[in-house]
Design a protein around this ligand. Structure first.
Ligand code: SF4
Length: 228
């Protein structure tokens, strides 16, 4: 698996666990507020696989978990084999995914390799191509969420509340999703790198904490397990 970046220790990326985070390059979406633009558009670094392997071996027993994030990890052809290796070292595994490849998640669920999944639901279904790029399809993401729900896997769905996302759109999203075990509303932060055509969008003022709390209260009717 190609790894382009690593956070060696994190308390916030894997609920309840101390983890490291591995970032893989490449994504099939093009979200205007992406925080990993270099992983999507390049050029990106490729870390030596021997370094990654030795890092994971040395930290086994010191770190609880490994988060595979991106970019979009389900595009990596050897994700399953890599996960098997990491699991073999005794780590808990979490996958961050945009949910666009339910067929890959289905395979991973069969193998029970991952202990936790985080799936992004980024826009009302009809707006997916506008927010995530041409070809992005919400039905695939919803299929991924249903697979996770039916499998009994531990997972969360996340939505970044970007400035242009209106309350009625968030309500639509909450209604489009089945009720999920954990629905996380993430604060929007302006990305460091973005496309010049998106400047006005990324520079729009973000929702305040109080506004997001009010949005969460509204969404609770449809997603009772909403978290901030
Ligand atoms: S799915 Fe994630 S990595 Fe891909 S473009 Fe969107 S925010 Fe960036």
């Amino acid at each position: 698996m190609t790894v382009s970046g690593i956070v060696k220790s994190s308390l916030i990326d894997f609920p309840g666990l101390v983890s490291c985070v591995l970032f893989v390059p490449g994504c099939n979406y093009d979200c205007f507020y992406c925080h990993n633009r270099a992983l999507v558009d390049g050029p990106y670094e490729v870390l030596n696989p021997v370094y990654i392997r030795e890092f994971l071996e040395k930290r086994a027993g010191l770190l609880d978990g490994v988060v595979i994030s991106g970019g979009e990890p389900t595009l990596q052809p050897d994700l399953k084999q890599f996960a098997q290796t990491v699991k073999g070292l005794g780590y808990k595994l979490k996958l961050d995914t945009n949910g666009s490849r339910p067929e890959v998640v289905k395979e991973l669920l069969k193998e029970r390799l991952f202990d936790y999944y985080a799936v992004d639901y980024k826009a009302p279904g009809a707006e997916y191509p506008r927010i995530c790029g041409a070809g992005a399809r919400a039905d695939k993401v919803l299929e991924t969420v249903r697979l996770l729900l039916d499998s009994g896997a531990d997972f969360e769905v996340r939505t970044t509340v970007y400035p242009q996302l209106r309350e009625e759109e968030l309500v639509t999203m909450a209604r489009e999703l089945p009720v999920v075990p954990r629905y996380v509303l993430n604060h929007y932060r302006k990305p460091e790198k973005y496309k010049s055509r998106d400047r006005l969008k990324v520079e729009a003022p973000p929702y305040t904490q109080a506004q997001i709390e009010a949005l969460a209260e509204t969404v609770k009717k449809y997603q009772p397990n909403v978290k901030l």
